[in-house]
Design a protein around this ligand. Structure first.
Ligand code: DNO
Length: 357
């Protein structure tokens, strides 16, 4: 298992040197922040990112994310093949630079969705939160605006302001794309990229939909154990794998992460491990990583991962904003550092109590 943190590139308010000081964190996952989805990645840009991380004594453990252009998700004839070609070229560049883990998602229009980026808790910390009634009441374009206005001046991953312009048009383009069509478009995409992944031994790791249900009437297909298994079986190649996101999956209390892990055929290559407080009826708050702070049994989740033979890249996920830290909602240093240490502690106990043969 390799413990990492997410790093937002040269403009990240958290310097790599601080990340390095978290004992047990070996690397970071990052991306090229000055590219837009669909653009071909240059080897030189990847190398620059990699070098800057290595100079700080860390490694680039994977890419989060190489985003998939919406025409691929929609299945626009002609356009999607061109964007798939571009994606393959980016994977080639990554492979040439020795990167072998790529996280991506297949959520239409929006990446993760929340109704509040700084909900005040009883302990004075703030967290990201989701309230279904608030989402139902909001115009998607306004949500885009409010996320950007409330992100402390930082660009949140998946909510790049330049995408705001396209929102209305994208909604129109998704008309007629139901879950089944979206799934077939994912399969088409995966089949096309498997040869380059095989050539460079790149593991593709799909992130779950967050939350695990349809928002704004858009289709969602990576939201349960059954559809993860279906996706793995549809393209039965070891390079077609999963980013297990405990928080996203558990947004739906019917998803039992510990029941799902053993069903994923050993193809979890990346894990985002965080806790949430489930309130039922579609509402949840994010929480500290500690089991006692939320609804999830983090020890059981880590043990199930351990027992499944997991040996991939892992990271703590969104943290609370604590000790007066501003910065990017969910991605401050302090609570993620506490999360990494806590998860490392659980893992050390597992290794000592249940040594692997
Ligand atoms: C949110 C993240 C997501 C994730 C993408 C993967 O904080 O977990 O933005 O990186 O969905 O493509």
């Amino acid at each position: 298992m390799k413990m990492t943190l997410r790093y937002f590139g040269p403009t990240d308010p958290i310097p790599l040197q601080h990340i390095r000081q978290i004992a047990g964190v070996k690397g970071v996952v990052s991306t090229l922040y000055d590219t837009t989805p669909g653009e071909v990645w240059e080897r030189s840009a990847i190398r620059t990112l990699k070098n800057s991380i290595e100079e700080a004594g860390l490694e680039l453990s994977g890419i989060e994310s190489v985003n998939v252009h919406d025409t691929i998700k929609i299945g626009c004839p002609g356009h999607r093949d061109m964007y798939i070609e571009n994606y393959i070229k980016s994977l080639e560049a990554l492979g040439e630079e020795g990167v072998q883990l790529v996280c991506y998602n297949f959520m239409p229009v929006f990446d993760w969705t929340r109704s509040d980026l700084a909900k005040m808790r009883e302990d004075g910390a703030t967290v990201l939160s989701y309230e279904q009634a608030k989402i139902d009441a909001v115009d998607p374009e306004k949500l885009f605006e409010s996320i950007n206005e409330n992100s402390n001046g930082l660009v949140l991953p998946g909510w790049e302001p330049e995408r705001m312009e396209q929102i209305k048009q994208l909604f129109l383009m998704y008309q007629g794309v139901d879950n089944e069509k979206l799934f077939q478009n994912l399969v088409y995409f995966l089949k096309a990229i498997m040869p380059v992944c095989n050539k460079y031994d790149i593991k593709m790791a799909i992130h779950q939909d967050d939350p695990s249900w349809s928002v704004f009437g858009l289709p969602r297909i990576i939201s349960s154990g059954d559809n993860l298994v279906r996706m793995l079986e549809a393209v039965d190649d070891p390079h077609n794998g999963v980013t297990l996101c405990t928080g996203s999956l558990s947004s739906n209390p019917n998803n039992d992460v510990c029941e799902i892990i053993p069903r994923l055929k050993g193809r979890i290559y990346f894990a985002h491990v965080r806790n949430i407080r489930q309130y039922g009826n579609g509402n949840f708050d994010e929480a500290a990583h500690l089991s006692a702070d939320g609804s999830l049994d983090m020890f059981k989740i880590m043990k199930t991962l351990y027992d499944s033979g997991f040996d991939g890249v892992i990271r703590p996920d969104h943290g609370r904003a604590v000790w007066g830290e501003g910065g990017m909602p969910g991605y401050g240093l302090y609570d993620r550092a506490m999360g990494a240490s806590y998860l490392n502690g659980i893992w050390e106990s597992l290794e000592k109590i249940f040594p692997r043969k």
